[in-house]
Design a protein around this ligand. Structure first.
Ligand code: AMP
Ligand code: MG
Length: 495
């Protein structure tokens, strides 16, 4: 039997239920295009838990068949693939962009009615590829898979990763690397940059259609307000403030917070040059191209507001017919970010330090700890881990007078609440991950895959990262900071 017949006979019934509502939007927002066929695809990672939660079958029927699906060789029934158009401010400069190496298969609607974008990343050239090859290398796709799933396990809104399939072809980067396709699952791929695109290229009617679509998909409650577009802005500002606070609390550096990499849904997207901090520093930058530290750890909240201001600008015309009034509305909503962010961050820090009630000087206490950590090159995650065990972190901090004084004040602070010490410890365990995807661990797993086709290190790491708040013995080896030879860690764009 020919391969084709064989495929037809075993036609996979993964359980997809595709809808393609994005096609109802103005045609400028997408181009219908099929994924480029991969020569000899192989399924290398498949996220069974995610498949189950999407109402898909989670058992592999036959790896070859799934590889056909997750490489883009077989377009599932009901899917009408498109590449999405968008624009973006990249490092502050406006550009027209679009899915240059990604194709949206369509929207899968789960049995309980939730709608998710199913996107193939690395699936070939599109009209938006510019000078790119439309392809992705295995390492960066596995990296996105592991870090996005780790973020989800940490409780941080994010796009998810369903599968990675190799293509059997090589891609040319600084050297030749194995090509791969990642299947990404997202609440949607509507970005600040999507609005920027329409506001530059479309009519007010086009913009209204995108805004209405976005409201329907992400913030349906906005429709009952007199000005739903103001509500859309308000809700997006709120979601982003909550998201960035969560990033800061776990020490996540996105690395390329261009407006095309900021979703309206409030999910983290695009795990290119991202990394987690080991040593605490507000100036931490990992990306090789972020020379001025625009996207440094400590700048992320400011950059989020900058990006949201670009979003608000696109909405001005819908906010009020009189421009000065529209600007006033936009400014009022943007100004909310700061207090929303501070509240989320401060509450998060309270939990990380076992504090249940509020005191005016709490923020001072938290800022002081961070200053001490920065001065002493303390490991961010492990400092909180040691405090969770109600002990002083070993190393430089243990003997440091400033820290010892801080520690006494903190322990005293814990007595000014009705909860017991063990309740504080439980709160801290639930709020401080024992493990994060430390860069040296992720690199070690990727190296074994790239050099030996060995997935065992990755799978072991993946199992650990699934339960970051478990605080169990088996996590211990993964809590170690990198050795000095692993530093400084640098990430690369254009992957
Ligand atoms: P990113 O930095 O990954 O957010 O990508 C920025 C833009 O470059 C997006 O429009 C991508 O689709 C595009 N892009 C990145 N890599 C490639 C590639 N290998 N081929 C074509 N387009 C790409
Ligand atoms: Mg991007």
């Amino acid at each position: 039997m020919s391969d084709k017949n064989n495929f037809e006979k075993n036609k996979p019934t993964l359980g997809w239920r595709f809808d393609n509502s994005y096609l109802d939007l103005p045609g400028m927002l997408y181009t219908q295009v099929l994924p480029t066929k991969a020569r000899s695809p192989e399924l290398v990672l498949f996220n069974k838990n995610l498949a189950e939660s999407l109402g898909l079958r989670s058992d592999i029927i036959n790896g070859e068949i799934e590889a056909e699906i997750f490489s883009g060789n077989h377009v599932p029934e009901g899917a009408q693939p498109i590449a999405q158009a968008y624009a973006g401010h990249q490092f502050g400069y406006f550009t027209f962009l679009g899915d240059g190496r990604a194709i949206l298969l369509g929207e899968h609607v789960t049995p309980n009615g939730q709608r998710f974008d199913i996107q193939l990343k690395g699936s070939g050239i599109t009209p938006y590829s510019r000078r790119g090859d439309g392809r992705a290398a295995l390492g960066p796709m596995v990296r996105e898979y592991i870090i996005s799933e780790a973020m989800h396990s940490l409780g941080i809104p994010t796009t998810r990763s369903l599968a990675v399939s190799t293509t059997g072809e090589s891609v040319s980067r600084e050297k030749r690397l194995s090509g791969a396709v990642l299947t990404r699952v997202a609440a949607s791929h509507i970005r600040v940059g999507t609005f920027e695109y329409v506001s530059q290229k479309g009519s007010v009617e086009d913009l209204k259609r995108l805004a209405d679509y976005t409201i329907n998909r992400h913030y349906p409650g906005s429709k009952s307000f007199i000005n739903p577009y103001r509500q859309l802005l308000k809700a997006t500002v709120r979601r982003q403030a909550q998201l960035i606070a969560k990033w800061q609390l776990v020490g996540f550096v996105h690395g390329v917070m261009n407006t095309d990499n900021m979703t309206i849904s409030g999910e983290t997207i695009d795990y290119g040059p991202c990394a987690f901090i080991d040593t605490y520093s507000s100036n931490a930058v990992f990306s090789s191209i972020d020379n001025n530290g625009r996207y440094a750890y400590g700048n992320q909240p400011k950059i989020a507001v900058w990006n949201l201001a670009r979003f608000a600008e696109t909405l001005l015309i819908l906010l009020h017919k009189e421009p000065p009034k529209a600007i006033e509305i936009a400014e009022t909503e943007l100004a909310e970010f700061s207090s929303l962010y501070q509240t989320c961050w401060t509450n998060g820090m309270r939990s990380k330090l076992g504090i249940f009630n509020e005191e005016e000087k709490d923020k001072e206490l938290f800022d002081h700890l961070l200053q001490i950590m920065q001065k002493n090159n303390a490991d961010y995650t492990n400092t909180f881990l040691e405090l969770t065990q109600m002990r002083k972190p070993q190393g430089e901090m243990e003997q440091n007078k400033e820290f010892v004084d801080w520690y006494i004040i903190w322990r005293d602070r814990l007595t000014r609440q009705s909860q017991s010490k063990s309740q504080s410890i439980q709160l801290m365990k639930d709020s401080n991950p024992a493990v994060i995807p430390r860069n040296h661990r992720v690199e070690e797993a990727l190296k074994a895959i790239e050099e030996k086709n060995d997935y065992s290190i990755l799978n072991a790491l993946f199992n650990i990262l699934e339960k970051p708040y478990a605080h169990t013995i088996d996590q211990l080896p993964y809590t170690k900071p990198p050795s000095p030879s692993d530093k400084p860690y640098v990430t690369f764009c254009g992957t």
